[in-house]
Design a binder for this molecule. Structure first.
Ligand code: FEO
Length: 169
């Protein structure tokens, strides 16, 4: 059984995952408006990843006898100065998520809720990938330095990304 404190923390992060999904779909929409459909695809896949994260929290709260509670959220930004600015925003957001997950691990450890600590380990590993993934695109965008030919080539590469549900372990 979940304590109220841990149930609230899990619900908060579950809602934050949906907020993350909204941010990435907003970025997809901006890339589509710039006719960069490959980058838009990358962001739509990221949206799917976030909804996968959302569902993991949803299922875990239920399994532990808690009550899933959806809440309102801030509207995402809608405009970015460049593809690089969007991905720098994505990386900064992922760093916030990592901080939130780490705080929850500390909170669950303090509360001796080891089932939640164990559940969160998956997210600890996933956040390493999430940050590396955004940073990888940032490095590529810096290499092409805004040159239209380079951005076009990268856009084609981003269009190859597909959603594969992340491994459970
Ligand atoms: Fe759900 Fe991108 O972390």
């Amino acid at each position: 059984m979940l304590s109220k404190e841990i149930e609230d923390a899990l619900n908060s992060q579950m809602n934050f995952e949906m907020y993350s999904a909204n941010i990435y779909m907003s970025m997809a929409s901006w890339f589509d408006s710039q006719n960069l459909v490959g980058f838009a695809n990358w962001m739509k896949i990221q949206y799917a990843e976030e909804m996968f994260h959302f569902t993991k929290f949803y299922n875990f709260i239920n399994e532990r006898g808690g009550r899933v509670l959806l809440s309102g959220m801030d509207a995402p930004e809608t405009e970015w100065a460049s593809p690089l600015a969007a991905f720098e925003n994505a990386l900064a957001h992922e760093q916030i998520v990592t901080g939130r997950i780490n705080n929850m691990v500390a909170q669950s450890t303090e509360a001796k809720d080891y089932a939640t600590v164990n559940f969160l380990q998956w997210f600890v590993g996933e956040q390493v990938e999430e940050e590396a993934s955004a940073d990888g695109v940032i490095q590529q965008l810096k290499l092409v330095d805004g040159a239209s030919g380079g951005v076009f080539m990268l856009d084609r590469e981003m269009g190859q990304r597909v959603f594969t549900p992340p491994a459970e372990e």
